[in-house]
Design a protein around this ligand. Structure first.
Ligand SMILES: [Cu+2]
Length: 160
């Protein structure tokens, strides 16, 4: 009895799989297609300083929200996403799990705000150099950016 319906069962499975594949392709666009990086730079370091930061602007041209969830670079032992917070009159920074890039909006990583923290630098970052950064997004896609090293001065910004 059952064997008569088996071919129809197989057909259904194919139809369902095909439909699922189509709807996925149509509705979701990857962060790499929507998000562009501009104004990237890394802060130059004086000799002996083991930490620095990368700043950039992420612009989302798509109608779907994305989020930066991680970064990596060959110049540092580890890389974290950080934000600055004012607490008891002090500027502190802390790690964040994600930096949202709203649909048709942007996320600005700049001194005093969000930044990509380079920890355990393998050498000083000198102006004229370039820091390669791999950006990871929530949807699993990646963007590569080469951030030129800039000397943006000392003072408060020193802590980035
Ligand atoms: Cu930091």
């Amino acid at each position: 009895m059952c064997s008569r319906f088996w071919p129809f069962g197989l057909l259904w499975i194919f139809l369902v799989l095909a439909a699922a594949g189509c709807s996925q392709g149509g509705q979701h666009s990857a962060a790499v297609e929507d998000v562009s990086v501009s104004g990237a730079f890394a802060r130059a370091t004086p000799p002996g300083q083991k930490v620095s930061a990368v700043f950039l602007v992420l612009t989302n041209a798509g109608s779907q929200a994305h989020a930066l969830v991680g970064a990596a670079s060959t110049v540092a032992g580890s890389v974290e996403l950080h934000e600055h917070v004012h607490k008891d009159g002090m500027m502190q920074m802390r790690q964040v799990a994600r930096i949202d890039v709203p649909a048709e909006g942007k996320a600005e990583l700049k001194p005093g705000g969000y930044h990509i923290m380079l920890i355990g630098l393998k050498g000083p970052l000198a102006p004229g150099g370039v820091v390669p950064v791999d950006l990871s997004f929530a949807d699993g896609s990646h963007l590569h950016v080469d951030a030129p090293v800039r000397d943006i001065g000392l003072g408060m910004g020193r802590k980035h």
